[in-house]
Design a protein around this ligand. Structure first.
Ligand code: PLP
Length: 382
């Protein structure tokens, strides 16, 4: 029986904030308003809490706490790491490698380096499942390649990239630094962070607060600061830290790991239920790979109804999905990820991304299907 509560299937865009985080936010903001850099006791207390948060995260991610830096989110982490590392190594070489299917914060960072700073960028193709080809990576590496950036999990289709194999190739064939955008991977797939040189994370994708992020950079990786004016975060991210967010990052990650364990079966049940239903609908094609895909992301195309019409129809029933990456939603261009996978024509026009979270249940999935089927009947082209 359907209730009138909104049904949210857009967790790859953002997630509901965990009640314990909201509680922590209120309590910490009220009590700890001092500047974390101040040398009085109120400032020192905040510094201690930030240090403990960093140490707790390091234990959970199995990395060194000295290699973790708080930022305002993954767009900032990606920009700082990609540009800061490219600049730091430019005397060694100006060739960089990424893939065609990265998040816009990665792609646009590389495009800036190319357009304004004289770098050469190789954009690796992907196969029809959205996965980078290892031979192509190997061929692209050159003696002057200084940085390679490949995402762990694609945010539009959910494809899991072969990061371990990429790391081995990069390590054995070059001196390049390996950066991984881990936004959609954190707590959702097994990941050995020690394999990579640096990585980016975001809190609001894992039931934390917006404007809260993290970057991981091994100490030996050189970095040219993009923001100057302070020694906070060892000069990598200067400016008065948003201490409350940073203190809560450890709890956010811990709760996300706990939820991933407790609710994984439920997420999988929803995904399989939807997949089975979509496979039997003749006007739907599944774009996400069936294997090697995040359990949380399901990308489909409706061949009979354009994305925006279906999105609006679902939205008018308080069912929320995405047509493509949210940052590009207002852009009329088709998804660069699906194009890179070789998808074209009607399939490209009818893309819908369903991303599952811990608040969803099977009833939500049934209601989504019911309303989609009504939408296809109402707007479907022959
Ligand atoms: N990288 C990926 C893969 C993402 O999915 C996102 C958000 O959509 C980002 C980076 C940017 O994260 P933030 O919203 O924290 O800037």
């Amino acid at each position: 029986m359907h209730t009138n509560n909104p049904i949210y299937f857009d967790h790859a865009s953002s997630t509901p904030v965990h009640p314990d985080i909201i509680k922590g936010l209120t309590e910490l903001t009220t009590a700890h308003y001092a500047n974390s850099e101040s040398l009085h006791q109120a400032g020192l207390d905040i510094q201690t809490m930030m240090r403990k948060s960093r140490e707790a995260i390091a234990v959970m991610l199995k990395v060194k706490s000295d290699d973790l830096y708080f930022t305002s989110g993954a767009t900032e982490s990606n920009n700082l790491l990609i540009k800061g590392i490219a600049f730091a190594y430019q005397n060694k070489g100006k060739h960089l490698i990424t893939t065609r299917v990265e998040h816009s914060s990665v792609l646009d960072s590389f495009q800036d380096l190319e357009s304004f700073f004289g770098f050469e960028v190789t954009y690796l193709n992907v196969d029809q499942e959205g996965r980078v080809r290892l031979e192509e990576l190997e061929t692209a590496l050159r003696p002057d390649t200084t940085l390679v950036s490949i995402m762990a999990v694609n945010n539009e289709v959910g494809t899991i990239m072969p990061i371990e194999a990429c790391a081995q190739i990069i390590r054995s064939k070059s001196q390049a630094v390996f950066h991984v955008d881990c936004v959609q991977a954190l707590t959702k797939i097994e990941f050995n962070y020690d394999l990579v040189d640096c990585a980016s994370f975001s809190a609001h994708k894992i039931n934390g607060v917006k404007g809260s992020g993290l970057l991981y950079k091994k100490d030996r990786v050189l970095y040219h600061p993009l923001i100057t004016g302070g020694q906070q975060e060892k000069g990598i991210r200067p400016g008065t830290p948003n201490a409350v967010h940073h203190i809560l990052m450890a709890k956010t990650i811990r709760l996300a790991f706990e939820q991933a364990t407790a609710k994984h079966a439920q997420v999988l049940e929803i995904k399989h239920y939807l997949l089975d239903a979509f496979k039997s609908m003749e006007s739907i094609v599944v774009n996400s790979p069936l294997h090697g895909c995040s359990d949380y992301i399901l990308n489909i195309s409706c061949l009979k109804v354009p994305s925006q019409i279906m999105l609006n129809w679902l939205s008018s029933h308080q069912i929320y999905v995405s047509a493509m990456a949210t940052c590009l939603n207002r852009d009329v261009r088709p998804s660069h990820v699906l194009e890179a996978m070789g998808i074209d024509g009607g399939r490209l026009n009818g893309v819908i991304r369903i991303s599952i979270g811990y608040v969803n249940n099977l009833e939500d999935a049934k209601r989504l299907l019911e309303v989609m089927e009504e939408g296809i009947k109402k707007y479907g082209r022959i």
